[in-house]
Design a protein around this ligand. Structure first.
Ligand code: SAH
Length: 221
């Protein structure tokens, strides 16, 4: 089957599973997922499945990327923070829908690969940083939107909610009563945080700190 045929099949499947936002579907169609997955899994790049990437991490399932992006309700003028760059796929999808994406990753080799992809695809509105995402990116705050793509904890990291603009939205996998993850949408109001549980999901863990010495250099793809 050709890539185009696989692509169409994936888009139809996303629609069937509740992805109705045509801007999100268009972004998924336009970002070549095959360029974000390792050579060995090329034949599955357009399947609706999570796949292994380097460093024991994963590129999320397209349905999860699409539903989380839809839940984030991103607009053209928004400045978006993403935690957990991984392959860079989610950041690339977001970059088609907003003004600028700031994305943080704690594993440098993954970040370097993602930066190469952003560059090759001319996604110039993505800024990357190696560091601990639970601290957020204070120099660029506040953000209208924050997406966390690693799971952990029962509460969102305080630094992240502090960096959310009033009226801003965060989508994050949090632990439920049985340590299972669910996607939660948090909205910052004038007086506090509104919380809405969306659906259950499985994610690689959100870990504190970076493995080596943190290098806080900022790069723009
Ligand atoms: N968004 C990615 C998938 C994320 S996998 C994609 O589209 O491919 C989760 C990623 O979060 C992993 O790469 C992991 O290293 C990273 N991560 C986990 N804890 C982190 C933290 N505290 N700060 C930054 N990145 C973190």
């Amino acid at each position: 089957m050709s890539i185009d045929a696989r692509k169409i099949r994936l888009i139809m499947s996303l629609r069937r599973h509740g992805v109705t936002d045509t801007r999100v579907l268009a972004a998924i169609e336009r970002i070549p997922r095959d360029q974000f997955v390792p050579q060995t899994f090329q034949d599955q790049a357009w399947e609706d499945t999570a796949l292994p990437i380097d460093q024991g991490q994963t590129i999320s399932q397209p349905l999860v990327v699409a539903l989380m992006t839809q839940a984030l309700d991103v607009h053209e003028r928004h400045k978006v923070l993403e935690i957990g760059t991984g392959s860079g796929y989610q950041a690339a999808v977001l970059s088609r829908l907003c003004r600028r994406v700031y994305t943080l990753e704690r594993l440098r080799p993954l970040l370097l690969d993602a930066e190469r992809r952003f560059h090759a695809l001319r996604l110039h509105n993505i800024t990357t940083r190696h560091g601990d995402g639970t601290r957020g990116w204070p120099e660029q705050a506040p953000f209208e939107r924050i997406m966390v793509t690693a799971g952990g904890g029962r509460e969102p990291p305080k630094d992240l909610t502090d960096q959310l603009a009033v009226g801003g939205v965060m989508v994050i996998p949090l632990e439920g009563d049985w340590r299972e993850h669910r996607i939660v949408r948090i909205r910052r109001t004038e007086t506090g945080l509104d919380r809405e549980e969306l659906w259950p999901v499985r994610f690689v863990p959100l870990l504190p700190d970076v493995p080596a010495v943190a290098d806080e250099r900022v790069r723009t793809a």
